[in-house]
Structure formats: structure tokens, C-alpha cells
Design a protein around this ligand. Structure first.
Ligand SMILES: Nc1ncnc2c1ncn2[C@@H]1O[C@H](COP(=O)(O)OP(=O)(O)OP(=O)(O)O)[C@@H](O)[C@H]1O
Length: 489
């Protein structure tokens, strides 16, 4: 029908078609409306299309970014923009066009009262925008880029930690992939009792041994330490605690005091309900064991995906804890050794005597193992504090709760003299030309949280790395490479 016959301006024509769709609620009509609008859009929307690209007060978007966005999600930005700039009736109509997911997505990313069905229209565009929007990290800060992390072949350790669920594993795995793709034979280790490294690499890494990860240019191995299994080694040594018969026997030997002291130490309980941090301590000491072996000397970068904040802090104070809780055992060790040999030399093979010897020698073995653990923990703590080889990277998200926790974590790490220089703020919503209500509110919240970082006395001195919230699940080496290229620059 010629436009003149209708006698309506173009936008009103569009309005009419969409209004018909929204009122009729008939899918067939919706399809017709959609086709009509698309045809109309092809021939008559240069002005509106232009307005989709540049708005007052905004930087013009580059043609390239627009192309990337449209390639990744085949939505129809000009059409969505038209909807966004038109009346609320049109927006209702657009919602009813639910048969067209791209349109819904595009629509949502412009104006909606509900959260977006997909996260972002374009991952690449998002990351580019985030990089553009990243605030200067700190005043007078040294520039710490990936180049600095990657330079040199001397072994370096990176420990990523923070509140649960902020993206520690994704960031640690992406850093490991990035190192491996930059020529470093790399080992990534999860010491978090609730492992998600396997999920992150989409590969089974459980089993407590080094597993090669397929994909990167240089060797990349992953290791999930099973704390239960590692603890089992210690537990078996403490299983025979002896019974009343043994106690009587030791009393009769004049070793009653020793038996009582051993009983009080409750060796079995120490490992059955381990003190906080012990699991991770055993896990890290296991890694130290691995790394002492010649066959693992090839790794020039070791990345740790650590357990959530609390565990890490307790881990650092564990050597002191072990001193306090097993110090007594260590003191008793020589007494145990001499009592064991005395009993062995004086008596024959009676059951009671065997039990008594068993208790003492188990206790002695146990004491030895705990002593070894304590020594390793001291080494782990030294490693954590070595500014030359180690860096702890705090991962957070832009929420008040996560930032408060990161601030406390930083303060505790400072007290323990652990070097921290970088703070990753993960899942930042990138700026967009227009916002759904949900996104706008979320973005405001995030902006407040980012301001909080800038004014936080603990965090403002750190080099801040913003990682955008991306619209895909970060799973498998290609996705991790993708994230790594954005985050580790
Ligand atoms: N920048 C991002 N954009 C989109 N999704 C992300 C991003 N970072 C992490 N995620 C997603 O968030 C979820 C949690 O991430 P991850 O497992 O890395 O967190 P975590 O801190 O290690 O969790 P936990 O404390 O439970 O081990 C995962 O589904 C991951 O894909």
C-alpha cells in the first residue's frame, strides 16, 4: 500500500503495526507484523538507524564493535533501537514477539522491567567496553601487566583467593591457560576442598595426581588435591588408641602418666574433626611434596586455586596452631620412644603387651607425621611470604559484601606479610548505550562498589583489574583462553 494513501508518518505506521500485534495476541498476526516491520525497516529506517549508533553526549561506537556484536548474537540492533525509542505500547508489542529470541534479547538490553534473558549481547563488545571504562587503578601505582607476570623462567607461584563464588577458579584456570600459551610449563592446583577445577576445564581432574590439560601451547597440568585422602594417611596412624586393658598394663609399668597424657591429646579426634585450615594445609603440603620431586622441576608457573577466604587465613596461622595443639605430642615423642623400647625388651608376646607397644609406636609414628606436617607448613608459610616468587591475588566482585570481605582478607594477608599487589574485580557489567531497568540498577550498585574500592584504605593501593561479566559459561580451554585474554593483559 503506498505510504501516501495511509497518510501517516513512518513512525506512526510502525506504531500501528506493532499495536495490532500487541492487541490481537495472535501469533500469525505477530509474524505478519514482524515481517512488515522488518520490510519497512529495510527501506525506511536510515534516520533511526543512525540514532541507534550515536546518541547525544555519547562517544560514537565504532563500526567494528557493532559488527562483532551482531556477529556474536544475531540480533537486530536498529530494530531494537526503534522499539526502545518508541512508545511503551511498542515495547509491550516487542515482548509479545516472543518467537523471536534475538529481538527479545536486544529489546531487553534496551528497556525492560525484567532481567535480561541472556547476559550480554556481545562478549567481545562487553570486554572492550569494560576495558574502556576501567578506572585508573590507583595513584602512583606501578604498572603490573601480564608481561611482568610472565617474564623470566624462574618458578613463580600465584595464589588466587577470595570469597566463595566470586570466580576464583575461573580466574585461576584462565591464568594457567594464559601462562601455558605464553610458553610456561604450568601447573594449576586446587586446594579448595569443594573443587571446581574439573568443571572449569570440563575434564576429570580428581584422583590426586597430575592430569595433562589438552589444548594450550605449552604443557599445562592440573591437580585437584583430595584432602580427605591426604588426611586418611594421618588417620590410619592414630586408629589404635588402646583400651582400658592397656591403660591398666601401663599403670602397672609405672607409665600411667604417659598413657593419660596420650589419651588427653586425642590424636584420633584431631584428624577425625580436623581444625579449620588443616585440610588445606595437608593439600598444600602435598603439593610441596610433588614440587620437591625432580620430575616436576619443569614447571615455571604454579597457580593455586585456594579455598574461600576463611580457610586461607586459617591456613596461614596453622603452623602456630599446630605448635599449640601438637607441641605436647612432640615433647612426648622421646618419652614414647624410650617407653616403647623398654616394653619391647622386657616382655614377650602377650596380647596386652602388644597393644601397649602398638599404642606407643602408633603415637610415635603419628607424632612424627605431625612434626613433618608442621615443618611443611612452616615452609608453605615461608613460600606465601616470599615476595620474589609468590603473589597472592585477591578476586572479588563489585558488591559491598564481597569488597568488605576482600578488605579484611587484604588486612590479614598484610599482617602475615603475604605479598598482594593485584585485585581482580570480576563480573563487572560493561557500559552499554542503553539499559534495561534491572541492568541500570545493577550497574549503579556496581559503580558504588567500585567507588568503595577506590576509597578503601586496604584496597585502594592495589592494582585493580576489571573482568567483565560475560554472557557465556566459562568452561573448557577455549572459554578460559577467551577470559584469560581479557583479564590478564
Ligand atoms: N566474568 C565472568 N562472567 C561470567 N560468568 C562468570 C565470570 N566469572 C565466573 N563466572 C561464573 O561464575 C560461576 C562461579 O565461578 P567460579 O567457580 O570460578 O567461582 P569460585 O570463586 O571458584 O567458586 P567457589 O568458591 O565455589 O570455588 C561459574 O559458573 C563461572 O562460570
Amino acid at each position: 500500500m503506498p505510504r501516501k494513501t495511509l497518510g501517516l508518518p513512518r513512525t506512526t505506521g510502525l506504531y500501528f503495526v506493532m499495536w495490532a500485534c500487541s492487541t490481537a495476541r495472535i501469533n500469525g498476526l505477530c509474524v505478519l507484523g514482524w515481517l512488515a516491520v522488518s520490510a519497512w525497516q529495510l527501506v525506511a529506517s536510515p534516520v533511526l538507524r543512525e540514532s541507534a549508533v550515536v546518541r547525544p553526549g555519547e562517544k560514537p561506537r565504532t563500526r567494528r564493535r557493532e559488527t562483532q556484536a551482531t556477529r556474536l548474537i544475531p540480533s537486530s540492533p536498529p530494530f531494537a533501537t526503534m522499539l526502545a525509542t518508541a512508545s511503551p505500547h511498542l515495547q509491550v508489542a516487542a515482548r509479545r514477539l516472543s518467537l523471536s529470541v534475538p529481538v527479545n534479547r536486544a529489546y531487553c538490553s534496551f528497556r525492560s522491567t525484567r532481567p535480561c534473558p541472556g547476559r550480554y549481547a556481545s562478549v567481545r563488545a562487553a570486554s572492550a567496553s569494560a576495558a574502556e571504562a576501567a578506572p585508573p587503578a590507583k595513584e602512583g601505582a606501578e604498572e603490573l601487566g601480564f608481561q611482568e607476570m610472565s617474564s623470566g623462567t624462574r618458578r613463580r607461584y600465584y595464589m588466587l583467593g577470595g570469597k566463595g563464588g566470586v570466580g576464583k577458579t575461573s580466574c585461576a584456570a584462565s591464568l594457567a591457560v594464559r601462562f601455558a600459551n605464553n610458553g610456561h610449563p604450568t601447573l594449576v592446583v586446587s586446594t579448595d576442598p569443594a573443587h571446581s577445577l574439573s568443571d572449569s576445564f570440563a575434564q576429570d581432574l580428581s584422583g590426586g595426581t597430575l592430569v595433562p590439560v589438552e589444548g594450550p601451547d605449552s604443557p599445562l597440568f592440573a591437580l585437584e588435591i583430595n584432602p580427605e585422602k591426604a588426611r586418611e594417611e594421618f588417620r590410619t596412624a592414630s586408629q589404635k588408641n588402646g583400651g582400658a586393658g592397656v591403660k591398666d598394663f601401663m599403670d602397672s609399668m609405672g607409665l600411667g602418666m604417659l598413657a593419660e597424657q596420650l589419651g588427653e591429646l586425642k590424636l584420633g579426634e584431631l584428624l577425625d574433626s580436623p581444625p579449620p585450615g588443616l585440610d588445606e594445609a595437608i593439600a598444600i603440603s602435598k603439593v610441596m611434596q610433588f614440587l620437591e620431586a625432580q620430575e616436576y622441576s619443569m614447571f615455571s608457573r604454579i597457580v593455586f586455586d585456594t579455598a574461600p577466604t576463611g580457610h586461607t587465613l586459617r591456613l596461614l596461622s596453622l603452623p602456630d596452631f599446630l605448635d599449640a595443639s601438637i607441641g605436647k605430642i612432640l615433647k612426648l615423642r622421646s618419652k614414647i620412644a624410650s617407653a616403647t623400647s623398654a616394653i619391647k625388651s622386657v616382655f614377650g608376646q602377650e596380647v596386652q603387651q602388644q597393644d601397649a607397644v602398638g599404642v606407643l609406636s602408633n603415637s610415635w609414628r603419628m607424632a612424627n607425621k605431625l612434626e613433618q606436617l608442621r615443618e611443611r607448613m612452616v615452609k608453605v608459610r615461608e613460600l606465601f611470604r616470599d615476595t620474589e616468587s609468590t603473589e597472592f591475588i585477591i578476586v572479588t566482585i563489585p558488591t559491598v559484601m564481597a569488597i568488605s570481605e576482600s578488605s579484611r582478607l587484604h588486612s590479614s594477608l598484610q599482617k602475615e606479610s603475604v605479598p598482594v599487589r593485584r585485585l581482580i574485580v570480576n563480573q563487572v557489567l560493561p557500559p552499554s548505550t542503553s539499559d534495561c531497568k534491572f541492568c541500570a540498577i545493577k550497574r549503579k550498585d556496581q559503580a558504588r562498589a567500585l567507588d568503595m574500592i577506590r576509597s578503601d584504605p586496604e584496597l585502594r593501593g592495589l592494582n585493580i583489574i576489571q573482568a567483565p561479566l560475560v554472557d557465556m559459561e566459562i568452561r573448557g580451554v577455549p572459554a578460559l583462553k577467551f577470559l584469560g585474554d581479557i583479564v590478564w593483559k
